[in-house]
Structures are given as C-alpha cells and as structure tokens.
Design a protein around this ligand. Structure first.
Ligand code: HEC
Length: 167
C-alpha cells in the first residue's frame, strides 16, 4: 500500500467510525423527566449547594452540556445520570426505595470522603467545586435534611458490628 493510501486510511477510518457512532440513539434524549417529590431541604442554602454540586446527576433537573450530544462521551454522561438518579433523586425522592433511603443516609459521608461529586465531573464543572467551608455546610445540611436516614444507617452499622463481634 502506498504511503498516501495508508495515510488516508489512518485518517478516514477513524472519521467514519466517529460519524457512525453518532447515529446510536442511546444518550441522545435529553428531555428531563418531570419532578416528583422534591426533597424537603433543611434550608435554602443546602438546596443551593446541592443544586451546584449534585443536581446534574441526582435530580430531574440535569443541565446537559453541549458535549453530552457527542458520542461516545454522551454514553458515559447518560450512564452517570441514570445511575445517579437511580441511587438518589433529589427532585423525585422516594423514601420507599431501599437504594434511595440508603443513599440519603450516606449523602453527607460521600462528600466528606471525597467520593462525590466524582472527580472527572469536577474537571469539567468548575462551578460545582466547593470550598472546604461550603463542603462542611453541605455535609451538615444534608445530614440534617436526611436525619432519619442517617440515624437508620448508623443503627444498621452498629447492629452489623454487634453481630460480627458475636461470631
Ligand atoms: C457526574 C455525576 C454525579 C454528580 C455530580 C454527583 N454524583 Fe453522586 N453518584 C453518581 C453515580 C454515577 C452514582 C452511582 C455509582 C457510584 O456509586 O459511583 C452516585 C452515587 C451516589 C450515592 C450513593 C452511594 C454510593 O456511593 O454509591 C450518594 C449518596 C451520592 N452519589 C451523593 C452525591 C452527592 C451528595 C453529590 C453532590 C455533592 C453527588 N452525589 C454528585 C454520580 C454523580
């Protein structure tokens, strides 16, 4: 194969592949579902911080960035939003869901541990980066908001420790 043909392949094949993956329907529907039960936040300040740092993945009020229309990154964003809403939806909260009750009990803790918001999200969303004072305020606010679930989580952990101590 001549050099120019090789070069054409190296350039054209990826471009065609890129164009082809844009046709996959998954990740292209960015119509947010309507809100359900909004979490009764303990204060407007907690709600504001959560809106900044958590709502894109944990609510039905996702702001979809322009690159969420471009595959394959759109697939990853779609998965994050679907999983995030499934674990904890702050604008469609369902206390009867075991997953959501658990997540509510751990919400503050995930921030303290640096697990949430995810690091790659923060790279692309400087507005979601919280100062340490804001982090503390959000953790305390979420712990107050979800006090019932935080308490339940604590009891559950104690019970588990007690059981493993007995064995
Ligand atoms: C970029 C999307 C994104 C953002 C922003 C985000 N999360 Fe998450 N979150 C996820 C995903 C995806 C999961 C499920 C998979 C996992 O656990 O990593 C999750 C899981 C959780 C869970 C369930 C427990 C766990 O660790 O699995 C809690 C609680 C949680 N997030 C709280 C928060 C809070 C509080 C914020 C805001 C400070 C936040 N998240 C911001 C995507 C996000």
């Amino acid at each position: 194969m001549s050099r120019s043909r090789k070069l054409a392949l190296v350039v054209i094949v990826p471009v065609l592949l890129f164009a082809a993956v844009q046709l996959v329907p998954y990740g292209r529907n960015h119509a947010n579902p309507p809100d359900g039960a909004l979490v009764a936040f303990d204060s407007p300040a907690t709600k504001q911080l959560a809106e900044r740092a958590c709502f894109d993945c944990h609510s039905n009020r996702t702001k979809w960035p322009w690159y969420s229309n471009i595959a394959p990154i759109s697939w990853r964003i779609q998965r994050h939003v679907d999983e995030g809403r499934g674990e904890l939806n702050l604008t469609a909260f369902d206390p009867a869901s075991e997953d959501m009750a658990d997540a509510a009990g751990e919400a503050g803790e995930t921030i303290t541990k640096g697990e949430m918001p995810p690091a790659d999200y923060l790279l692309a969303h400087p507005e979601a980066r919280l100062s340490s004072a804001e982090k503390q305020a959000l953790v305390a606010g979420l712990d107050r908001t979800f006090a019932v679930f935080v308490e339940r989580e604590k009891q559950y952990k104690l019970e588990k420790e007690r059981r493993s101590g007995r064995e």
